[in-house]
Structures are given as structure tokens and as C-alpha cells.
Design a protein around this ligand. Structure first.
Ligand SMILES: [Zn+2]
Length: 421
């Protein structure tokens, strides 16, 4: 049976690799072909100069070519962790360490989960460093120093210990004492934990990494306050963030639920945009709030979590699952194995989620256009964002359907133009 499990996993792993690698190749060829045709998409003609257009193509190709190798590298790392005997070794080593400092089986489980997590994180560092300090720097986007990069990593590590240790402790405890129904209890606990994170993230965690300030006095602020009033959004939740500390990319986002909800505009976005464009972006973010997009996403994620935990509850009680990867059966072993091997079984859910997310973007654009009684400001904001961020104007349709959480600017502008008056 062990051998059959390994075979099924490897077959599906190969499918996932082929799909993702193949889509990247397809996209590279598609974009490279547009260099020869020199055809700026019609909606962008006269809005983007040929130099910026060429740069956006170069940026896309550079990223895509790098992705080719990073995909091979990360796949190789995962296979090594799963099949070299490393995972069993780390498990035995965790047991020794836990018993030498008189920690019980939960302690062993927590050490094991962190050790595997650390291996994955450390092996991902070279690709992250290259993407940040070579590619982003080459195109003038990177503002991060090695100091900021390392301090971000250390803060992340500290945070995952602070939150991860109690989280894992409760999950392992539920698995231990609740009998067959542990996964239902775990579902309740993990859902509650996620809600808590959504509430505390904007106010307690994000400020560790960035400075958040109320918007500066001025025309933009005045008009935003009026808009927030009109829409019924509490204005105490609108902030600007020092995104320029790390990157020249510009962005805006809406996060949180209940009293903790916030709209965050990057300082880079505020600098790059006219007041009218900034206001349109804000109206779009308020659209996400008014149309309850976060709540909808959470419900879908909860359904996935429910299904995932149920499958995990079957696997925990199935010894061949452990034997296939050279591990002794244990609750912590099941948690880690499940998270390492689930990718090839769930990767086709990503395009489903992205599709839902793209639908939300269209709805928020429509909301912005309706609220401002004019689609033009949103269109201009999209053009501006796309040009400044060197976003790919012409991805291969399959590639964007799979990977993009936002429709392309061309698709969004087209949708805004076709809104019923
Ligand atoms: Zn949006």
C-alpha cells in the first residue's frame, strides 16, 4: 500500500509541475511574441509610451524566466524533504530533544513542526533574495536593504513562534483527547483563530512591519472623508502606509472585519496618483467593504478547511500514509505530512479562488464607477497603476485565468466601459 501511495502522489505531483511549468512557458512565448508585433493593446494606445511598454515586457520575461528555475528548485527541495529520509530523521531528533528537556509529546510535535517549517523557509531564502535584490532592483522597484530584509525574517520567525506554539498546542491536544470528532473541534478552533487573526492583524501585527498614519490634511483627505460619509464607512479606518520603505510598487487594500476594518493606501500610490484617481481607488476599496467580499472569501475558505480537516482525520488513522514517507504514525507527523503533500491534490482550487477574487474586483470597480457617477477616474487609476508597476498588459489567457487574483487592466477598463449607464 505504501508504494501505491507514493506512486499516486508522484503522478499528481508531476501533473501539477507540468501544468504550472507549462503555463509559465506558454505565457513567456505569448509575451515575447508581442515584442515583435509591438502592438500595445488598443485601450492603452496613447496612454503608455513605447519605452514603458517595452520595459513592462522585459520585466514580465525576466520574472518568467526566473520562475522557470525557482519552480524546479522548490519542487526538488520538496521531493528531497519527503523522500530522502530527512523527515523521519527530524522526527527522531525532535523526540530526543523533547525528552532531554522533559517536554511531553506535544512538545515533541511542536519542535518537529517548527523544524520542518524552518527547513522549508531557509531553503526558500536564495530565491527570495535573488527576486528582491537582483530582479526587483534591476527594474528600480527594490527599496529593501539587507538589514530590513533580515529583520523582517526575524520578526516573522518571532511572530510564528508567538502564535504558532499555542496554536499547535491546542490542535495537537484536540487530536489527542477528542476521539474521532477531533477534526470538528479543530475546525471550530482554527476558524475562531483565523477570525482573531483578521481582527488583530491590522492593529497589532501589521504595525510591526510598517508605519501606518492617518491621511495627511489636504484635498484628497477632504474628498475621501466626504466619500466615506456618503458610503457609510467609518473614516477612522483610512490609513497611509510607508510601502516605499521596501518597494516602489504601489498598492491599496481593504482588510479586517467589524471595528478592525481598514483601508490602507501605500504612500507610493498617493504620490503617483492625482486626487481624482486616488479617490477612485478608495471608492473601489470601499466597494469591497460594502459588497461584503471578505466575508464571502472567508466562507469559501471555511468550506475548504472543513473538507481538508475531514480528509486529515482519515489519514491520521491510516498507517500506510506515514509508512509511505518513512515516518512513524503520530498526530504531528500527520499535520506536517498533510501540509507538505496536499499541493498536488488541491492546486486546482487556486484558479477557482482566483476566479472568485476577479469577480470581486469587477464588482468593486462597478461600485466605484457608480459611486463617483463616472467610470473615467477608475479607468485612469488603473492605467496609472499598470504603467507604474510595469504590469503585464498581455498575459496568455490561460496563464491569467490560473494565476491572476485581479483581472488585467485591459479587462477591467473594458468592463467599466461596458457598464450600463
Ligand atoms: Zn480590489
Amino acid at each position: 500500500m505504501d508504494q501505491a501511495i507514493v506512486t499516486i502522489f508522484l503522478a499528481l505531483f508531476a501533473v501539477q509541475f507540468a501544468v504550472e511549468f507549462g503555463l509559465n512557458e506558454l505565457n513567456l512565448r505569448y509575451v515575447a511574441a508581442s515584442v515583435h508585433t509591438k502592438a500595445v493593446p488598443e485601450l492603452f494606445r496613447g496612454k503608455i509610451d513605447s519605452q514603458s511598454y517595452q520595459r513592462s515586457i522585459d520585466y514580465t520575461l525576466t520574472n518568467g524566466r526566473f520562475h522557470r528555475w525557482s519552480e524546479v528548485y522548490s519542487s526538488a527541495i520538496l521531493l528531497i524533504v519527503l523522500f530522502s529520509g530527512l523527515i523521519g530523521l527530524v522526527d527522531r531528533w525532535s523526540a530526543q530533544l523533547a525528552s532531554s528537556v522533559s517536554l511531553g509529546s506535544y512538545g515533541q510535535g511542536i519542535i518537529f513542526c517548527f523544524a520542518i517549517g524552518l527547513i522549508i523557509t531557509l531553503t526558500a531564502l536564495p530565491t527570495e533574495l535573488y527576486a528582491t535584490f537582483a530582479i526587483e532592483a534591476k527594474f528600480g522597484f527594490n527599496k529593501t536593504t539587507l538589514g530590513i530584509f533580515l529583520s523582517d525574517k526575524l520578526k516573522g520567525l518571532f511572530l510564528s513562534a508567538l502564535l504558532g506554539v499555542p496554536f499547535l498546542f491546542v490542535v495537537l491536544w484536540l487530536m489527542d483527547i477528542m476521539g474521532w470528532s477531533w477534526w470538528l473541534w479543530a475546525f471550530v478552533f482554527v476558524s475562531a483563530f483565523q477570525l482573531l487573526m483578521i481582527v488583530i492583524f491590522p492593529t497589532f501585527i501589521a504595525p510591526w512591519f510598517n508605519k501606518f498614519e492617518p491621511l495627511k490634511e489636504g484635498e484628497l483627505r477632504e474628498r475621501i472623508l466626504a466619500l466615506a460619509d456618503q458610503v457609510g464607512f467609518k473614516t477612522s479606518g483610512i490609513f497611509s502606509m510607508d510601502g516605499s520603505r521596501r518597494s516602489a510598487h504601489s498598492n491599496a487594500y481593504f482588510t479586517g472585519i467589524g471595528k478592525a476594518k481598514r483601508i490602507v493606501l501605500f504612500d507610493t500610490l498617493i504620490e503617483q496618483m492625482t486626487t481624482t484617481e486616488g479617490l477612485a481607488v478608495l471608492a473601489h476599496e470601499m466597494g469591497h467593504y460594502k459588497l461584503k467580499h471578505i466575508r464571502r472569501m472567508l466562507l469559501v475558505q471555511a468550506a475548504f478547511l472543513f473538507g481538508g480537516l475531514y480528509v486529515l482525520s482519515l489519514l491520521v488513522a491510516y498507517p500506510p500514509f506515514f509508512a509511505a514517507f518513512g515516518l512513524d504514525p503520530s498526530n504531528h507527523g500527520a499535520l506536517v505530512l498533510f501540509s507538505l503533500v496536499s499541493g498536488p491534490f488541491t492546486f486546482y482550487l487556486a484558479p477557482v479562488m482566483n476566479r472568485l477574487s476577479r469577480q470581486h474586483e469587477y464588482e468593486a470597480d462597478r461600485f466605484a464607477a457608480k459611486t463617483l457617477h463616472d467610470g473615467k477616474p477608475m479607468e485612469q487609476a488603473l492605467v496609472n497603476l499598470t504603467v507604474k508597476n510595469l504590469s503585464n498588459l498581455t498575459p496568455h489567457p490561460w496563464y491569467s485565468a490560473y494565476h491572476y487574483s485581479h483581472p488585467t487592466a485591459v479587462e477591467r477598463i473594458d468592463a467599466i466601459r461596458h457598464l450600463p449607464a
